[in-house]
Ligand binder design. Sequence first.
Ligand SMILES: C[S@@+](CC[C@H](N)C(=O)[O-])C[C@H]1O[C@@H](n2cnc3c(N)ncnc32)[C@H](O)[C@@H]1O
Length: 391
Amino acid sequence: MLQIRVKPGVEDRIRGFFPWIYRPEIASFSRKPKKGELVVVRDFGGRFLGYGYINPEVSIAVRIISFDKERPVNEQLIKDRIKEAYDYRKRLYINSNAFRLVHSEGDLLPGLIVDVYGEYVAVEFTTYGMYRFKDTVVKTLVEVLNPKGIYEKVNQTALKVEGIEASEGTLYGEVPEEILIWEHDLKFLINIPEGQKTGFFLDQRYARKFVRSLVEPEDVCLDVFCHTGGFALNMAKMGAKRVVAVDISEPALKVGERNAQINGLSNIEWVKANAFDFLRELDRKGERFDVVVIDPPSFAKNRHSVPNALRGYKELCVRGLKLTKRGGYMAIFSCSFHITEEHLLNVLREASYDVRRQVRVIAKTYQDKDHPWILQMPNTLYLKGVWVEVM
Ligand SMILES: C[S@@+](CC[C@H](N)C(=O)[O-])C[C@H]1O[C@@H](n2cnc3c(N)ncnc32)[C@H](O)[C@@H]1O
């Protein structure tokens, strides 16, 4: 197997279970590396550090899968890891038949995302090294889950960066256009081929449940960037008098409307608009809400876009705080790992000052527990939300 040695000093971080090695940190190769091949990682003196795979063409050149000398990377390890990931999910007692089964680094399977929607599965490969295990992954999923169908989604950015040639399509069985899943006491339609992400924002499950504790019957609520109505439906289910749900995506709103029908909820107004413009319009009309949830897409795709992204979050917070009644609640989320919790808190502080509304933090929520994150990699905690009471 290919062997690499890292430059002096890099080994401490790897021994501390950080699984990435950047290209400039590699001191030597035992031979010319091939894209996606397995590798043994050693320190500068030749001592074992881990097993992983390599893509010499990308910045994160090596991803370590195993720090255990006794567990080299092979088909068996990939199989075992998927089974371990499933055992963990079973212990979580998630109140839904839709969950993330494999969360990449969070499940020690870098480059692999697997989402389960009832009897169907969506798979995404984001690295060349993991893509080479595609057959093993599919075989194992069939063995573990006995699904009716497995669908491969592709992440265009990852494909481009990693140089993977893949296209979307069914890998096993049959996958219908729409699947009906349940979460708590609500049902949602999922369209794996056409939907955003793999079809649903599974990571917000905990926050969707949390919002229920804030909504009182007869409240007026606002779900900004509502997608297919994840928060809006929960607000309506709690007896809100009126829920306004806004998103720019017509297909998402159409599914949202049908979700409302399926659940017998008729008090949601679905609005197709750019959220920034729409919030301004609501303010101009003097509308005020008891609970406001703002869950935008990732504004910061890389660290260079952070300043611009912060301006976006600030504007959303300013608008959101203005629209929230005194004694009401507002939540702001970021799903970009470049935006930290501290960034969000700072933006909220500035917005609170600008609109002269005092706020107090009542909760912070994160990606749900089927999306575990690695302690040594703060960037794997990508989804953060801050919930405030507007005083
Ligand atoms: C993170 S998702 C929201 C997930 C949702 N809260 C849920 O729990 O299912 C972000 C949503 O923002 C929408 N979006 C993106 N840009 C927008 C804009 N400028 N105005 C309104 N919606 C936008 C996307 O269509 C997507 O549905």
